[in-house]
Design a protein around this ligand. Structure first.
Ligand code: NDP
Length: 399
């Protein structure tokens, strides 16, 4: 008995020492280094300049309550392609390591977090002191500091003419791809590239590129039209999207290190493209993109046929055919299924890669409820009629 207890206390000691060592290694890497700050500054300056000077379609946003409309220059695809090209050439010339993000993930994360706190404090102060009466900049102050800082005070604050909400969401989506690419480069270098990693990378890259191809659709989404810019949104865009949506890549990279033979990348890629996940991904993508596209086109020209037939319209305002006749938020269903596609290649041995779909499920159910409340208030009896025609929220016959 006494030898058992000595043994178990020794195990406890070893475990706690290892934990302490892990923490000792972890904590310094959470402190932002000057290099991580330079990376962030370069990134934001590039996005600000590229967003202003690169050509792109200028889209008018939704009509705000005071009748005004913001303009958005949708040149994200151009800005992203150019950035990836610049980074690729710099890596080739040895000016910049492609692993700069993968090797400094935690430092970048903490630098981004500090940036989010600082920028939202500035937004809080400028919001509180604003006397602007326009829908975009009118301050909404509850008096509760935490509430106002978290949810934001102004709808569309700007900095040197840049719409910050549009800017941050763009930065987050591009950041997600850049993190993924850096982890991909690391896997190449370590010789640990796996099928899971290839599938994850392909699916995410398609999703992100698709986002920028259809960037104009973003201008009519909930975040842009209804959410004020506070810590919740800034943190969500700049930190949550890029760092947590890439968890699968981090995990696969670390789990696979030195397990896979890197000599057969091409044959693996060919196998992968021929398998079911790609087929499933395409189906899920069709629901996600199809639903968002139908709504966007309906808002622009309400008479455009849906699936070859004249659209069913409720009260002249709400679309009740196509995906919008199957469930009231088929676009969320498509997004959830896509999120699952990013995780399935990682297998089921760990729940960690499922973090993103689980988080998204909770977020979208919560959001769908808030959106319905807003629509019920806005559309009144038209909304009630729509509920009668389309009884399912997200998943037909289930929810
Ligand atoms: P929606 O694009 O569904 O926008 C909701 C708005 O659309 C409503 O407020 C209403 O606005 C309008 N609307 C609702 N029903 C109808 C209808 N039947 N006919 C016409 N208009 C209608 O929601 P989101 O902005 O939340 O989502 C956009 C996309 O972004 C989704 O695909 C979602 O999955 C994705 N997303 C992804 C997240 C992620 O973390 N990956 C997070 C959040 C969203 P109006 O008052 O203008 O009529």
């Amino acid at each position: 008995n006494s030898s058992e207890s000595v043994h178990s206390s020794f195990e406890c000691f070893v475990e706690s020492t290892m934990l302490e060592m892990d923490l000792r290694l972890l904590l310094p890497s959470l402190v932002p280094s000057s290099q991580s700050v330079y990376v962030l500054v370069f990134y934001f300056v590039y996005l600000a300049v590229a967003g202003e000077i690169l050509p792109g379609k200028v889209i008018r946003g939704v009509v705000l309550s005071d009748g005004s409309q913001l303009r958005y220059r949708c040149n994200g695809l151009f800005a992203l392609s150019l950035l990836v090209a610049i980074l690729g050439i710099s890596a080739k010339l040895g000016v910049l390591s492609p692993l700069v993000v993968a090797d400094r993930g935690l430092e970048l994360l903490s630098a981004t977090f500090i940036f989010c706190v600082l920028v939202t404090l500035v937004l809080y102060i400028t919001g509180r002191t604003s006397s602007d009466k326009s829908s975009s900049l009118k301050p909404h102050v509850s008096g509760n500091l935490l509430h106002d800082w978290w949810f934001g005070i102004q709808l569309n604050p700007q900095f040197i003419g840049i719409d910050l909400k549009f800017f941050f969401v763009r930065a987050g989506m591009m950041g997600w791809l850049l993190i993924n690419l850096s982890i991909l480069a690391k896997s190449f270098q370590d010789g640990s590239l796996s099928q899971s990693m290839i599938l994850y990378q392909i699916f995410c890259a398609l999703y992100i590129l698709d986002y920028f191809v259809h960037e104009e659709y973003m201008t009519s989404t909930w975040d842009i039209i209804a959410e004020r810019l506070g810590f919740m949104l800034v943190f969500g865009d700049l930190l949550w999207i890029p760092f947590t949506f890439s968890i699968q890549a981090w995990m696969v990279a670390f789990a696979q290190q030195s397990r896979t033979n890197s000599s057969c990348y091409c044959s693996q890629l060919l196998c992968v493209l021929d398998r079911k996940p790609t087929f499933l991904f395409s189906g899920r993508y069709m629901v996600f993109r199809g639903a968002n596209k139908q709504k966007h086109i309906f808002k622009k020209s309400p008479k455009t046929p849906i699936w070859g037939k004249p659209p069913v319209v409720v009260g002249g305002k709400l679309l009740a055919s196509g995906y919008w006749g199957i469930a009231r938020h088929c676009n969320y269903l498509g997004d959830l299924m896509l999120a699952l596609s990013f995780s399935l290649p990682c297998g089921i041995s760990s729940p960690v890669p499922y973090f993103y779909p689980i988080y998204l499920l909770i977020l979208l159910i919560w959001r769908e409820r808030r959106d319905e409340e807003r629509c019920a208030e806005k559309y009144k009896e038209i909304w009630a009629e729509y509920l009668r025609l389309v009884p399912y929220r997200i998943l037909p016959y289930v929810y």
